[in-house]
Ligand binder design. Structure first.
Ligand code: SF4
Length: 428
């Protein structure tokens, strides 16, 4: 039987309070959210104030879950004092740990808040036991390992430092640079990834143009290759461009769900999902799949294929299992910045249940009409049902044929309560 840490943690992203609630409902043990202005999701952070974070921490703690505050920008001089002041304020709220990367700011917290727990951010790129040992000596209790490590290297770090907690990303976006430490976004859009403002410039569709006499530029068609000019031995790298352009820096997303047993054996105690800006449905589906997978690991069993298939149904940039083991998939997805794996769409998110009329009160996310088969997907179960005639009501309470995306407080009659946090998923 596989030996695992009995306290394996599923750590989910919380882009805002609503996502935090869904992450917990679908099985996360802990969530992470950005310190306003000072995390690497500075632009898309749904937590904007001290009160927002205080509410989030209270919500998690009331349910016996943990809340980690991501405070991982690399500040320039002009931000140091304000960052320190902000840290003082947020630490007083009692997050379970701070996720940090800047050595100077870590030293500040260690000195001024000796009891605050610090987890080293993936942004600090810890790739070996010597660096991990350095951070442990500084007083970091957990290291979030670089995504670029092999399983063998993780096991070696654990063997050298058995008391240090190791966390690793197992699902979500991967940078073509070492976890965000790149200047591409600054170069293209004057938005610094290391200040939390990455514009995802590596994902853009790029098209090659040539100068022409008639118009200033015309698109160039054909096959193109790059070669290192000074090295006759170097191979040709195809810059594959079709009618949709080329995505030559667009990394596939990671899905390492099958590797959880081996990662646990290597000494990882916390499995992290990336994606604070992803949709509620994506978050729910991914968190639920990894919850089930961790439960298999805790029972010493391999992850069931049905669980793996479920998570692969989520949209992505094309999945690969990361860098833990060699594999044959190219790390880039040259063809598209989005792979649609969902065979259908989310029609509605259930907000509440009116037992007196057997109606679910919903936010409509996609068009929904009567006589359609839907999957009711909830934290507890997944089942099929048919939306019967005259069972759809708009926000005014009027029976309608169709509900449209964006409508709030609509009603759908169902045989039974779908449960809190459920979705209605319409297969195509
Ligand atoms: S531009 Fe791409 S590679 Fe650079 S930090 Fe952003 S996501 Fe990462």
């Amino acid at each position: 039987m596989i030996q695992v840490n009995p306290t394996l943690e599923l750590l989910a992203p919380a882009g805002d309070m609503e996502k935090l609630k869904y992450a917990l409902a679908y099985g996360a043990d802990a969530v992470y959210a950005g310190q306003p202005m000072y995390s690497l999701r500075a632009r898309e952070n749904g937590f904007n104030s001290v009160q927002d974070i205080a509410d989030a921490i209270a919500y998690c703690h009331a349910r016996g879950r943990k809340f980690y505050l991501t405070s991982n920008i690399y500040p320039h001089n002009n931000k140091i004092r304000s960052f320190q002041k902000s840290l003082d304020e947020f630490i007083s709220l009692g997050p379970d740990a701070l996720i940090m990367s800047d050595p100077g700011m870590i030293a500040y917290v260690r000195k001024n808040h000796p009891n605050a727990e610090i987890h080293l951010s993936v942004q600090a790129n810890c790739t070996n036991w010597s660096t991990a040992s350095f951070w442990k000596d500084i007083g970091v209790s957990r290291v979030i390992l670089s995504r670029e490590l092999r399983l063998r290297e993780i096991a070696e770090i654990k063997a050298e430092l058995p008391d240090l907690e190791l966390e690793t990303f197992v699902h979500g976006a991967i940078c073509m640079a070492y976890s965000g430490r790149c200047m591409l976004s600054t170069y293209m859009n004057q938005r610094d990834a290391n200040q939390g403002m990455c514009s995802n410039a590596c994902r853009y569709e790029y098209t090659l143009f040539e100068e022409s006499k008639q118009e200033k530029y015309t698109p160039v068609k054909g096959k193109f290759f790059l070669k290192e000019s000074q090295n006759p031995e170097s191979g040709m790298m195809e810059v594959d461009e079709d009618e949709f352009g080329t995505y030559f820096m667009n990394s596939r997303d990671m899905c390492a769900i099958e590797l959880l047993p081996e990662l646990a054996s290597a000494g990882v105690c916390s499995f992290k999902i990336e994606g604070r800006t992803k949709s509620l449905y994506y978050l729910a589906r991914v968190v639920q799949s990894y919850r089930k997978a961790i439960d298999f690991v805790l029972k010493g069993q391999p992850v069931a294929d049905s669980v793996i298939q479920d998570v692969l149904k989520t949209d992505s940039r094309g999945y690969m299992p990361g860098f833990f083991k060699p594999h044959n998939l190219p790390p880039q997805n040259y063809e598209s910045t989005r792979v649609r794996s969902l065979k259908g769409y989310v029609a509605a998110a259930v907000r509440s249940w009116d037992a007196s009329t057997s109606e679910a009160v919903v936010s409509v996310k996609g068009q929904i009409s009567a006589d359609r088969k839907v999957e009711i997907f909830s934290p507890e179960s997944s089942r099929q049902t048919i939306i019967s005639k005259n069972s759809l009501k708009n926000q005014k309470g009027l029976v309608v044929e169709t509900l449209h995306s964006g409508m709030e407080n609509c009603r759908i009659q169902l045989e039974q309560d779908p449960g809190e946090y459920a979705f209605l998923f319409l297969e195509e």
